[in-house]
Design a protein around this ligand. Structure first.
Ligand code: F3S
Length: 408
């Protein structure tokens, strides 16, 4: 049975819980990835089979609120955002928690100002070995309220094991994401490490694996992405690939294939095991299930998609990426961004800007199919509020209530 976490009630929604419970009881192994249909007549919501708080986020929230309960009167800090959801972070701040750094890594409070009776919460993405050591030096036990997701730790272990076997580590991830920084730190303790972002970089790295480009240009092409002392001639002879856990699964697989092919071309089929460690992928279950559910949801057809989640949430941005290939898609952080039936405010992750779109809702259609999903750090309560807001502006609130009741 899945572990139950203690999550504050205000993050939950009895309606969404009802929908999830019904789907899970009918299909515990999540083989059926068709969305849940809520037919309200004029509106049909098609809600992804899997979305919202993952294991790691629930675990982090439980530990963070426990830290607050257990330490009245003490100063409590988070290394940076605990998860990438503004509502969760703002609630923790309102209870007195302070952030030591921004998500981008800017130091807000000097580490030297921490005292041994302060409490420091390590976020779900984990942190670098250097920061663990710096906190210990201040007399703080960084492992007491360590919310690092076990699936992130699994990647660190995998990277370390590969390093011990003499493979260099290629991390598929976003260079400035907290999790990638942490993974690089752990991997680099055992092996030369390089971070690549996308297919284009994978093709370029493939050329260096095949030694088709001069080693000197490697340092320019991958500036800021490789560990100290990295030697492309030596360190690309044996590689293993691990991921930031929330990357786009299809991209991850393609990257591994591109690098494997380059190693095959350089060293031949018979030697491939010595040069390319078959890691499969190190994406976590939630990333994989959320993305597969979005594919299932898109196959069911839809007019528009609403994806709920923090703007800086990596896993949410990949759900948006999948949706926008098929339908007009709107990444919103909460229901308040649905300004009215004519206008929606949403995040454009490609340009990193918040925009407003007029005529987002296809009013002329007699029946509108709306696809709904949410990132792994998004509380169900926010998804519930989005359903209610759409029902309110399209005047189908009563139908929503009876559709949810009939799900049970
Ligand atoms: Fe962990 Fe995956 Fe969630 S790595 S924090 S279970 S998205």
């Amino acid at each position: 049975m899945a572990r139950e976490f203690e999550i504050p009630q205000f993050y939950l929604s009895s309606e969404i819980a009802q929908i999830k419970k019904r789907r899970n009881s009918e299909d515990p192994k999540k083989k059926d990835l068709t969305p849940t249909l809520l037919d309200l007549g004029r509106i049909r919501f098609r809600i992804a089979r899997h979305f919202g708080f993952c294991f790691g986020v629930q675990n982090a929230i439980e530990i963070a609120y426990k830290a607050l309960d257990e330490n009245p009167g003490r100063r409590i800090f988070l290394l940076s955002e605990m998860i990438h959801n503004p509502h969760v972070n703002e609630d923790l701040i309102s209870r007195g928690v302070k952030f030591l750094r921004t998500t981008e890594g800017e130091q807000l409070i000097p580490l030297e100002s921490l005292k041994s009776d302060d409490v420091v919460i390590v976020p779900a993405f984990g942190t670098t070995l250097e920061l663990f050591a710096a906190l210990s030096q201040q007399g703080i036990n960084p492992y007491k309220y360590n919310t690092t997701c076990p699936f992130v730790e699994k990647v660190w272990t995998r990277a370390e094991q590969l390093g011990v076997k003499g493979y260099s580590i290629v991390v598929h991830g976003k260079l400035n994401h907290e999790e990638t920084k942490a993974t690089v730190s752990h991997a680099n303790a055992k092996a030369p490490t390089i971070v690549i972002r996308d297919l284009e970089m994978a093709h370029l790295l493939g050329q260096y694996i095949k030694q088709e480009l001069p080693p000197d240009s490697f340092y320019q092409d991958f500036k800021g992405r490789f560990s100290e002392g990295f030697d492309p001639l030596r360190d690309l002879q044996r590689i293993g690939v691990v991921n930031q856990t929330t990357m786009l699964a299809t991209e991850t697989w393609e990257i591994a294939e591109i690098l494997k092919k380059a190693s095959l071309e350089k060293y031949g089929e018979i030697n491939i095991g010595n040069h390319f460690a078959d890691t499969r992928d190190t994406l976590c279950y939630a990333t994989s299930e959320n993305q597969r559910s979005v594919v299932g949801m898109l196959e069911s057809g839809g007019d528009i998609a609403i994806i709920v989640g923090g703007y800086n949430s990596s896993n949410t941005s990949h759900l948006v990426e999948l949706c926008e290939h098929k339908v007009p898609s709107f990444h919103i952080k909460d229901a308040a961004e649905i300004l009215d039936i004519n206008k929606i405010r949403h995040f454009d992750y490609k340009n990193s800007v918040v925009s407003e779109t007029a005529n987002w809702f296809p009013k002329s259609k007699p029946v509108v199919d709306i696809l709904i999903t949410a990132g792994a750090s998004c509380p169900d309560a926010l998804v519930d509020q989005v359903l209610k807001k759409v029902a309110q502006i399209t005047e189908v609130e009563e139908q929503l209530n009876s559709a949810i009741t009939s799900v049970n």
